[in-house]
Design a protein. Structure first.
Ligand SMILES: C[S@@+](CC[C@H](N)C(=O)[O-])C[C@H]1O[C@@H](n2cnc3c(N)ncnc32)[C@H](O)[C@@H]1O
Length: 308
């Protein structure tokens, strides 16, 4: 596997004001960790979402031999699935600004026949150290919303695509829920309230900071502004019923626990909701949620597609 080095940036360089500590357990809503880019939490989310990710990559119908970019690869779950889809004659470049996460992509593929199809590229999506029109497909998941200037980032990805070839952007969707409306502890409607708080958190912790360019439009419009045409969207339902395996339980429990494990987040909650969550995530409590047989996990993962 080839590794290229180019301009590694830290979060601060992009106006991200988050600490790793503050974001290590931020999975929620749009289904991910905002800003921490923590390998452990990404691995948890990889295990949880793998079935729907396989469905998405199948749906994309990647052509054998295609040259694909995974922009903001994280720990490389999509890099792996794309490398499998492109076949022996294709290739996938995993681009990320985090050397640590690229190392976890390398480890994921170590010893796999897929490793030979993958190259690792450290760099910034807003200034990618690669030539124009190099790729047949660009995939980017849960990354563009971290950029201070989302349209500029997408324009840069447009530049890398061959004319009339596709960018597939995983953003937006519908937030997850899995508890009954009345979970039997605290006030009913807990997940609705957490969802509203999540939006506040997202605004103040992700879409804020130096250089942040406001872009109050939907993703279809954002793609059009960046130069893409024939923009469409397709959503994939994540639906799970018990019994849950350990990965699924750990992920769902983490979704709730992060609201009380992190002081700043906890301070956003009413005392009643904080106490309810503490019981729901505590295996010793009679209200522990993850032995219940009436949980029902639902979430929509959306992929926007546009042509360069
Ligand atoms: C939330 S993670 C998503 C990882 C993976 N695509 C997924 O969906 O699970 C966001 C990733 O984007 C990377 N990233 C954020 N801003 C970036 C930038 N400006 N250039 C390159 N990578 C960036 C982070 O290092 C992180 O790996």
């Amino acid at each position: 596997m080839a590794t290229h080095n180019h301009q590694e940036h830290d979060h601060e360089a992009h106006g991200h004001e988050h600490s790793h500590e503050a974001h290590g357990h931020a999975e929620h809503g749009q289904g991910h960790d905002h800003g921490g880019y923590n390998a452990n939490s990404l691995h948890r989310s990889d295990a949880f979402y793998r079935p729907v990710y396989e469905e998405i990559i199948n749906w994309l119908d990647v052509q054998p031999g295609a040259k694909v970019l995974d922009a903001g690869s994280g720990t490389g779950i999509f890099t792996e699935l794309l490398a499998s889809a492109v076949g022996d004659s294709g290739s996938v470049t995993a681009l990320d600004m985090s050397a640590e996460l690229l190392e976890s992509v390398r480890q994921r593929l170590e010893g796999s026949p897929l490793a030979g199809r993958v190259s690792l590229q450290i760099g910034d999506i807003t200034d990618v150290p690669l030539g124009d029109t190099e790729f047949d497909l660009v995939w980017t998941s849960r990354t563009i919303h971290h950029l201070p200037d989302q349209v500029a980032g997408l324009r840069e990805l447009w530049r890398l695509l061959k004319p009339r070839h596709r960018l597939a952007l995983r953003e937006g969707g519908l937030p997850s829920r899995f508890l009954p409306a009345d979970p039997g502890v605290g006030k009913p409607g807990l997940e609705d309230r957490l969802q509203a708080l999540f939006q506040d958190w997202f605004t103040t912790h992700v879409r804020s900071g130096e250089g942040m360019v406001p872009h109050p439009y939907g993703w279809t419009q954002t793609l059009r502004e960046a130069g893409f045409s024939n923009v469409t969207a397709k959503s994939f339902l994540v639906e799970m019923l018990p019994p849950f395996n350990d990965d699924q339980t750990a992920y769902m429990r983490g979704q709730l626990a992060r609201w009380v494990d992190n002081e700043e987040r906890r301070s956003m909650l009413s005392r009643d909701d904080a106490e309810a969550i503490e019981q729901l995530v505590d295996p010793e409590s009679e209200h522990y949620a993850f032995r219940r047989v009436d949980l029902h996990y639902l979430e929509a993962v959306t992929v926007y597609v546009g042509e360069a």
